[in-house]
Ligand binder design. Structure first.
Ligand code: RIB
Ligand code: CA
Length: 313
């Protein structure tokens, strides 16, 4: 049996998505079968372009990137350009990928890949879940072919897009609810863990000191995020939210979590997009199948990320 883990990354390529892609390429147990773009942090034309260009910048233009949803399933797109810049990469310019532009829709490409991988494919979704939900709705038998879905999204407690909702879920709650209730095993990497698995100023400096093409790109592209965290949270910290599910796949031992029921609020105003999670409730949901990741060894996470970026020459 192969030791490699076949994965698919669905991304709204913004700053932390870009770093997560760079990490994925250096995680030697992962076999990245394909990437798809979704509207989220910024418009789809930018997320599609960014995913293609970041892979090419890392020398991996061979990995195909498929176009996906240009808006959420039921509501208008609300982006996060205030965090990622209007282009999604904090204004950092990198060359256009020489790869041909794929035209197959993300949801069809994901389904095709899942069937090819005969049930072993793991989907890593690090943007709004529009493409994944569309794949489930368009190809109901996909659940026979996907081993599990690792989601950067949600929060058992708190939020960032609003006080009660995390951006990826808030951007398309109907899609998220479709995915959470699909019957495909889900691991949720919410803000509970991604806000704890942060890089501090020393970690960012260590990466900057590598002084390579990719480390310089990392330093430049995260600057917008660093400024945001400094101004918003008054701390020298950097959350690479989207790297968490990818690093988990190779280093699960540095994370902790527990099973819970997770349902997405799609009706309310004030808690729209909240991942209602029954972790600390006397009354539990009947279905409690989602593995909710709650914490990580921050030092170990930071060291792993630095090691991965250091592999680029
Ligand atoms: O809330 C953080 C998530 O929203 C990350 O995936 C980030 O890239 C944005 O999409
Ligand atoms: Ca993202």
């Amino acid at each position: 049996m192969s030791d490699f883990i076949p994965i698919w990354i669905d991304t709204d390529t913004g700053v932390d998505d870009a770093v997560a892609l760079l990490c994925a390429l250096q995680l030697d147990r992962l076999d990245l079968k394909g990437v798809s773009a979704v509207a989220g942090n910024v418009k789809h034309e930018n997320t599609f372009k960014n995913a293609r260009n970041v892979l090419a910048y890392a020398g991996r233009e061979d990995i195909k990137v498929y176009p996906g949803a240009i808006k959420p399933m039921c509501i208008p797109l609300k982006d996060a350009s205030q965090v990622h810049g209007s282009d999604g990469l904090g204004g950092v310019i990198i060359p256009d990928s020489p790869a041909i532009k794929e035209t197959m829709h993300a949801w069809d490409a994901i389904y095709q890949c899942a069937k090819q991988e005969k049930g072993k494919l793991q989907i890593v979704a690090v943007g709004p879940l529009t493409n994944i939900a569309t794949a489930i709705v368009s190809h109901p038998d996909i659940k026979e072919y996907v081993e599990r879905i690792l989601i950067m999204g949600g929060a058992a407690v708190g939020g960032n897009a609003t006080p009660s909702a995390e951006f990826n879920i808030y951007a398309d709650p109907q899609a998220a609810e479709t995915v959470f209730q699909s019957g495909i095993p889900v691991i949720m990497f919410g803000l509970d863990v991604t806000n704890r698995a942060y890089l501090d100023g020393r970690d960012v400096k260590d990466i900057s000191d590598f002084n390579t093409k990719i480390s310089r790109f990392f330093t430049d592209v995260v600057q917008a995020n660093m400024n945001f965290y400094q101004s918003f949270y008054h701390r020298e910290m950097l959350c690479i939210h989207d790297a968490c599910p990818l690093i988990y796949l190779q280093y699960p031992e540095i994370f902790t979590g527990q099973k819970a029921g997770v349902y997405v609020e799609t009706q309310s105003q004030i808690s729209f997009g909240k991942t209602v999670t029954d972790l600390w409730s006397d009354t539990k949901f009947a279905k409690r199948e989602t593995l909710v990741i709650l914490d990580a060894d921050r030092e170990a996470f930071a060291k792993i990320m630095k090691d991965l970026i250091s592999k680029y020459r």
